[in-house]
Design a protein around this ligand. Sequence first.
Ligand code: ACO
Length: 443
Amino acid sequence: MTSNTLTITDNRTGKRYEVPIEEGNVIRATKLRDIKNGPDDFGLMSYDPAFTNTASCKSKVSFIDGDQGILRYRGYPIQELAEKSTYLETAYLIVKGELPDLKHFRVWEHNVKIHTMVHENIKKFMEGFRYDAHPMGMLVSTIAALSTFYPEAAQIHDLESRRLQTRRLIGKLPTLAAFAYRHTRGLPYVYPDNELSYAGNFLAMLFKMTELTYKPDPALERALDVLFILHADHEQNCSANAMRSVGSSQVDPYSATAAAAAALYGPLHGGANEQAIRMLMEIGSVDKVPAFIRTVKEGQRRLMGFGHRIYKNYDPRAKIVKQIAYQVFEVTGRNPLIDIALELERIALQDEYFIAHKLYPNVDFYSGIIYQAMGFPMTMFPVLFAIPRTSGWMAQWAEMVRDSEQKIARPRQVYIGEPERHWTLIDKRREPTMREDQVSEVI
Ligand code: ACO
């Protein structure tokens, strides 16, 4: 006889508890609270720093099978979308759940494009940043500033308001990103050209100089659009979790998106491809690769752009990015770092250390090489990530808002600090007797 339950015996009391198993492999953590040592006991809870084995939500947006190297948006394999779709169509799929027919796509495209302009005061706001401000810092702050321009966005339970803010954010992100880039270069901001595609307009706002109309190179335009598709969503990663967690306070979506973008700014998330480029530049030439691999195996270094919390197989996005690199080089010329990257990958994939640790290239291994070949400074890498991820963030946020099981996110803690003690007059206090390691703990 089998049943979809878990039986737990509490050896402190000898009591047995039956916990239902849902969705194939899920138990509700709150069920542990029933397991008490006595009537006044709080009950058990699970301790899971970094949420490595805790599902925080039920989601229909994207699916990853890390062992198989599978990524799907709303059920569609990433390879098919990268080959056949466009970013705007994929964004529709992500936020609405289905691929659009032609009529709906045209309306969606129009509705996103009419929001590419920003209020002139946004421009002034951005002009206030120092000449050398990091473009990602500018982007994070300006996304937050948008909430002051659209106070009605606070109506998060209003479907039409949610839809409008989603179109606005997807429409405006390339404009804010391009303005941030132009600012760091000391160049005048370029207004959107809605005759161009989503990616084409972005390239125009970045690189247009004195020409009357900017014609993006079709190969670069497509490459960027595919990179946008690949970065549109990735289930409950650090920034999606920030979006949901901050959004769960029922703040407006601009403020929540600013928080998500701030999470993406970190070197362990949106900044990893910069680290990969720095590593390749440091290695310098193909003949130095074996020595570098040795330092990684000795535990002195990490091979940046390799390994993933979820993927224990080739990241499917990395395979696609590698192909795009060659299409981009046809236009820009070959980025010499690709040869070092290929040699690293060749040696690593047949090395027992990398095989045993299931370390494969992730999306960041080759994406920086492409961005660099296209002329982007490294500070723009997280900005390029944030543009397409906006559709994923908005889909995750809307799912959270509509989910009746969700409440304000509020994890528990395990308190390990001082027991109760009492305040004394300052001249009666003894010299603090903290050990060195305790001092560094409290800073
Ligand atoms: N190079 C060498 N060894 C590695 C690497 C690596 N890139 N990644 C993991 N390992 C080893 C660790 O040393 C550890 O070995 P041990 O068990 O012998 O001590 C083992 O593999 C497990 O590593 P963890 O750090 O515990 O794995 P985790 O899942 O926490 O980390 C991470 C995943 C952060 C991505 C890690 O693989 C890493 O640091 N990679 C390099 C940075 C990188 O490319 N980040 C981008 C991720 S993709 C993205 O965010 C868009």
